[in-house]
Ligand binder design. Structure first.
Ligand code: FES
Ligand code: FES
Length: 167
């Protein structure tokens, strides 16, 4: 058992958990922040991504004792009355489908826009490469990130669904 101090979304937390406990487990089970999701647990899907000092990091594979720096989760990125531009764009464009992957996708997108406020479509696609979406809505995510960046080119290349076709 170890005692660890973490700063999450600007607040300091002390947790007593066994060494090797993942940051994801600590966030969800000890701190009560359910915004990062458990997907694969194997650094394959990105659903658990949080920012550590601004860098997208798989919380499922980060033992709590290795966390150095400030942790930001989706819950700390914005508030309903003061959303991060990526959150607003995802909402406005209804970019998600089931929504399970969204926490990780938005964290990767927020990190990209911090470093590159005017990304190209290719920049966005590359930044979201580590995040999987089983609903297949990556193109809508790219549009939403470009919209958040205020890019002129955010029209979708996804075919418009025909009436009666499955979505
Ligand atoms: S749950 Fe962490 S990468 Fe899939
Ligand atoms: S919106 Fe369903 S997994 Fe991405």
């Amino acid at each position: 058992m170890g005692s660890y101090r973490l700063t999450v979304n600007g607040r300091e937390h002390h947790v007593d958990v066994p060494e090797g406990t993942s940051l994801l487990e600590v966030l969800r089970n000890d701190i009560g922040d359910k915004s990062p999701k458990f997907g694969c647990g194997l650094v394959q899907c990105g659903a658990c991504f949080v920012l550590i000092d601004g860098h997208p990091t798989p919380a499922c594979d980060t033992p709590v004792e290795y966390v150095r720096g400030e942790v930001t989760t989706l819950a700390g990125l914005g508030r309903p009355d003061a959303m991060h531009p990526v959150q607003s764009a995802f909402l406005e464009l209804q970019a998600g489908q089931c929504g399970y992957c969204i926490a990780g996708i938005i964290m990767s997108a927020a990190a990209l826009l911090r470093d590159n406020p005017r990304p190209t479509r290719d920049d966005v696609s590359e930044a979201l490469q580590r995040n999987l979406c089983r609903c297949g809505t990556h193109l809508r995510f790219v549009d939403a990130v470009l919209a958040a960046a205020g890019s002129a080119s955010h029209s979708s290349t996804e075919p418009t669904p025909q009436a009666g076709s499955p979505t």
